[in-house]
Design a protein around this ligand. Structure first.
Ligand SMILES: Cc1ncc(COP(=O)(O)O)c(C=O)c1O
Length: 383
């Protein structure tokens, strides 16, 4: 073996032993809530396509029309010639939905976070990060090279303590949190975070990847609160509730102008394909006009938790924490044998000892399908 291959094999060996080597399985998501693996039909409860827009006829048609009109790809980065007209339209629509002055489209949510954070803070500054924040918020914080303090999940007292002790030592401070936590499904206490940020001169940034389309009548996790708190930096993705691909930041005009001038992951990457942007626009049309439809994923999650006697969900994401990785993966396999696709989530995505089955619900799931799932979960002794 060559040294490179030896290096890779040595890195993998302990992961194989701990059951942590990943397999990327071919999955044919041929219709809303439906998948096939190795030709076998499965009911999927592990997709982020909460509103089933990836298969919505109007969304698909919009994508096809955009290809016919503008081509299959953007052809260049936004600052060169990739900034096709649909991008400006989508930025206007996202800003309106989120109630901000302006918005900026990135080519994915991950790229958004690794661009936004280092554009705002750098080595002299400080970041306060919820411990369960998504991996790309951590990546963005590392790139910023700021001093980073991690606060206990949704623990306002801990955050306050860290701010009181450390804020004064840094010119700028950023509080970063998911709006809806991707592996736990709970919401951040955005009203209290916004107040604390205001009182301590910190900028608050939320990653609402799992909020748009499904929380707050489709407008996102800020709108789960009455009145919606002021959040100057609202990031999100188009790849989940919107059913397409891409990331965004909604913020004031000066902040967005700065992003377009300095965010490296916006400047040095190719713009989103027209089809993805058109699909997102068509999805927004539906979200804006049908808030009742937007509630369905959460209602389905509630039917699931009610059936199993679990705590009420705050979002369409419901984890059942199993603990050990091998047991979690065994349960996922048993569910698959029963016709249900539910992926096991294990370290390092979640911390050691908290491996889980992560169920996500979409508008398409029928009550009888959820009942069949809960019957299997009980029969297999998972709950
Ligand atoms: C909370 C959160 N933020 C950001 C992302 C990244 O978004 P994207 O898939 O658009 O890169 C994800 C998706 O995995 C996520 O769950």
């Amino acid at each position: 073996m060559k040294s490179l291959d030896i290096f890779a094999a040595d890195k993998l060996a302990p992961l194989v032993e701990q059951g942590l080597k990943r397999e990327i399985t071919v999955t044919d998501r041929w219709a809303a809530g439906q998948a096939r693996r190795a030709g076998r039909p499965l009911l999927s409860f592990c997709c982020n396509d909460y509103l089933d827009f990836t298969h919505h006829p109007k969304v698909k048609q919009a994508a096809k029309d955009a290809i016919d009109r503008y081509g299959a790809g953007a052809g260049a980065s936004r600052l060169i010639t990739g900034n096709h007209p649909l991008i400006a339209e989508l930025e206007r629509r996202l800003a309106a939905l989120k109630g901000t002055e302006d918005a900026c489209l990135f080519s994915s949510g991950y790229l958004a976070n690794i661009g936004i954070i280092p554009t705002l803070v750098s080595k002299d500054d400080v970041i306060f990060l919820d411990e369960l924040s998504h991996a790309c918020l951590r990546a963005g914080s590392s790139l910023a090279a700021s001093t980073t303090y991690t606060f206990r999940h949704n623990d306002l007292n801990h955050l306050q303590e860290l701010i009181f002790k450390n804020r004064k030592n840094h010119p700028r401070a950023l509080i970063v949190t998911d709006g809806v936590f991707s592996m736990d499904g709970d919401l951040a206490p955005l009203d209290q975070l916004a107040q604390l940020a205001r009182e301590t001169d910190c900028w608050l940034m939320t990653d609402d990847a799992h909020g748009i389309g499904v929380i707050g009548a489709g407008r996102g996790s800020r709108h789960a609160f009455d009145p919606p708190p002021a959040i100057p930096l609202q990031m999100g993705t188009l790849s989940k509730g919107i059913g397409s691909f891409g990331g965004y930041l909604c913020a004031s005009k000066p902040v967005i102008d700065l992003m377009k001038t300095r965010a490296r992951s916006l400047i040095y990457t190719t713009a989103l394909p027209p089809a993805s942007v058109a699909a997102a626009l068509a999805a927004l049309d539906i979200i804006e006009t049908d808030p009742v439809y937007c509630q369905r994923p959460l209602q389905n999650a509630k039917h699931f938790t009610d059936s199993l006697g679990l705590p009420a969900p705050e979002s369409p994401i419901v984890p059942i924490i199993i603990g050990p990785t091998d047991k979690t993966m065994r349960h996922a396999k048993s569910l698959e044998e029963n016709g249900f696709l539910v992926t096991g989530i294990r370290p390092p995505t979640v911390s050691v000892g908290t491996a889980r089955l992560r169920f996500t619900f979409s508008a398409a799931h029928k009550e009888r399908e959820i009942n069949a799932l809960t019957d299997s979960i009980r029969r297999l002794g998972i709950v």
